[in-house]
Design a protein around this ligand. Structure first.
Ligand SMILES: [Zn+2]
Length: 612
């Protein structure tokens, strides 16, 4: 997935705390309960103008009981791609199993497994309501005329019976409302879909209701665009989005040598209550939720390219730790820097190679990633990959996106340099796709580093892995960038700083965590634990706080600086002095004096080509 949250920039800038993520808690191996065998599984989901009023989905799961014992129905604990435990049984109510209209006995076996006693019944229907009140692409959300839901939310599975069972899903809705999903339609049966196994059933989210829906042919396959609310992405902005799909998808397919879907669905929700943007990938679709301000901004194309690239990288080519997906526990892996970070690298490359952004914009986006990594606590890619499940609070939570992207950039440069641009990171991705995904397995460390080394003519990357993937050393840009005819240009400016490390608490308050020596905050008497309220007349909660603070006080060195804090329930104003500290502003730039070989490497990266 990818997330672009709006966070106060001052906090990001001030966060200089060094931290080490905690290890993921040990998994307990549960006993292995097994459900009675089930056949002929059908799910029916009702969402219409009536159920919309209670923001609920009515679900009916019908099946034949084909053997003895209780029926054990489990709800997934997470949605693959959204690396957190959510426990979707939380949103279930009015659970009611029946056979021949007679209620069956039931209780719970564990917190997300229901135990139904069929009592000799052969045909059973289980009904329940699912509360759709969470605007999150891994969850379910309803409005008066629309619902988003995922199979992981509403499709329970028979415990201990594997994932290879086929099932149908039928949507009951208003006659004039539309249904969008990546699922396979059953001919002649309106709003009915069928998949051959549980992985596919829960990997194809639904939009139901009023929406804009149209299709375009891209790379020999239909690409659908479903957007809510109707009219949100319209006119030239919609035409532009459709055109961009036609530019980015071929650039991505070229990396792997195939477009692996018969049809792909781009599903977008625009909601003004949603700060930022976030999207979640699937095998032949993705769901993005965005602030309407993202329309017309290249960030929307970048996120879209990221999610579509995931159709190859993570939905198909995937770390062995997550093959197969299992739904009853977390699946931590040290490889999210490849699955997410390198996806992010290719998203930027795809929109560059497709002509959606230019070289300057690509270099600027890459420079922004360098700045994000520099501002975060030094964190190993492997550790950040593992830790995301527990949402670390030290500023390292999503660092495997920009830092993993930069690892991909560095590896691409080193492979192209070692092979005089005859090979690239594309070879690594393509080889692993063929030798692991196509062979029905996930990739391991030996697979990954073996492919990297082969692409680079046999060169060892053990040192790179130890220092920059398992270790926390800063990337060696001074050595790597010249190989691609690039360099970092730095300008030193002086800017106002408070001299604190701060973070948001669960209520959104900005709490001082640490006072840095010699800063304005220390002089004013700010203490760790104080809640920052305002600096001068700039509220700390202002989304542009960082920019406004630097503009207001950037030329006021030595003048009084009022710092309003809340301490023990009392609001007081402390007074310090404006302090300016040097800040090095760096940007990634083309070196006009680069040697011909470095120019070949650079052009190869920009254009997606190898050779001279
Ligand atoms: Zn992602």
């Amino acid at each position: 997935m990818t997330t672009h949250r709006v966070v106060p920039t001052a906090i990001a800038l001030l966060l200089t705390l060094i931290g080490w993520p905690s290890p993921v808690p040990a998994q307990q191996t549960p006993a292995a309960p097994v459900s009675a065998p089930l056949g002929n599984i059908r799910y029916e989901i009702t969402f219409d103008s009536i159920t919309a009023q209670s923001r609920s989905l009515q679900v009916a799961m019908s099946f034949d009981v084909t053997g003895p014992g209780p029926v054990l129905l489990s709800f997934p604990e997470w949605t693959p791609g959204a690396y957190e435990l959510s426990f979707f049984a939380r949103w279930v109510s009015n659970f009611a199993p029946t056979a021949d209209d007679t209620a069956l006995k039931w209780d719970k076996l564990d917190y997300d497994t229901y135990r139904v006693i069929p009592g000799g019944a052969k045909a059973v229907t289980v009904r329940f309501n699912y509360l759709a009140d969470t605007l999150d692409n891994a969850m379910a959300w309803a409005r008066p005329d629309f619902a988003l839901f995922n199979g992981t939310n509403v499709l329970p599975y028979p415990e201990g019976r594997g994932t290879s069972f086929p099932a149908t899903v039928t949507i009951k809705t208003e006659p004039s409302w539309l249904v969008a999903t990546g699922m396979q339609s059953v001919p002649q049966q309106p709003h009915t879909y069928r998949e051959g196994n549980y992985h596919d059933l829960v990997d194809k989210p639904f939009f139901v209701g009023r929406m804009d829906l149209d299709s375009t042919q891209v790379a020999g396959a239909w690409t659908r665009l479903a957007t809510y609310p109707a009219g949100a992405l319209a006119g030239s902005a919609r035409a532009e989005t459709l055109a961009e799909l036609g530019k980015m998808i071929p650039a991505e397919a070229a990396v792997f040598g195939e477009t692996p879907w018969p049809h792909y669905s781009v599903m977008m929700i625009f909601d003004s209550a949603y700060g930022g943007g976030s999207a979640l990938e699937h095998t032949n679709s993705h769901v993005g939720i965005y602030s309407p301000g993202f329309i017309g901004n290249p960030i929307l194309a970048s996120i879209t390219a990221h999610e579509i690239f995931h159709a190859w990288n993570v939905k198909r080519l995937r770390p062995a730790d997550m093959v197969p997906y299992r739904y009853d526990r977390s699946e931590p892996t040290v490889w999210l820097w490849v699955s997410e970070g390198i996806t992010d690298y290719y998203a930027d490359l795809a929109i560059l190679r497709g002509g959606i952004i230019n070289q300057q914009q690509f270099l600027s986006a890459t420079g922004d990633k360098m700045a994000k990594v520099a501002d975060a606590p030094p964190t190993a890619l492997e550790d950040a990959s593992l830790s995301t499940w527990i949402h670390p609070t030290d500023g390292s939570q999503y660092i495997y996106y920009p830092k993993g992207s930069l690892a991909g950039f560095a590896l691409d440069i080193m492979i192209r340099d070692a092979s005089d641009n005859r090979h690239s990171l594309d070879d690594v991705m393509r080889e692993l796709y063929r030798t692991t995904y196509k062979a029905g397995r996930g990739f391991t460390g030996a697979d990954w580093w073996g492919a990297v080394s082969r692409a680079a003519g046999g060169r060892s990357f053990a040192d790179f892995a130890a220092k920059y993937v398992d270790g926390r050393e800063p990337y060696p840009w001074a050595q790597v960038l010249p190989l691609a005819g690039l360099r970092i240009q730095s300008d030193t400016t002086r800017e106002a700083r408070l001299g604190i490390v701060a973070g948001q608490d669960s209520a959104g308050a900005v709490v001082v965590r640490q006072i840095l020596p010699g800063g304005a905050a220390e002089e004013a008497g700010v203490k760790a634990g104080d809640v920052l309220v305002a600096i001068g007349d700039i509220a700390i909660t202002d989304p542009d706080f960082g920019t406004k603070f630097r503009e207001r006080y950037g030329k006021e060195e030595g003048k009084p600086l009022p710092i309003q804090v809340r301490r023990a329930g009392q609001t007081t104003t402390l007074t310090g002095t404006v302090r300016l500290v040097p800040r090095v502003e760096s940007r990634l730039a083309i070196d006009p004096a680069a040697a011909p070989k470095a120019v070949r490497v650079r052009e190869g990266i920009f254009k997606g080509t190898v050779g001279q």
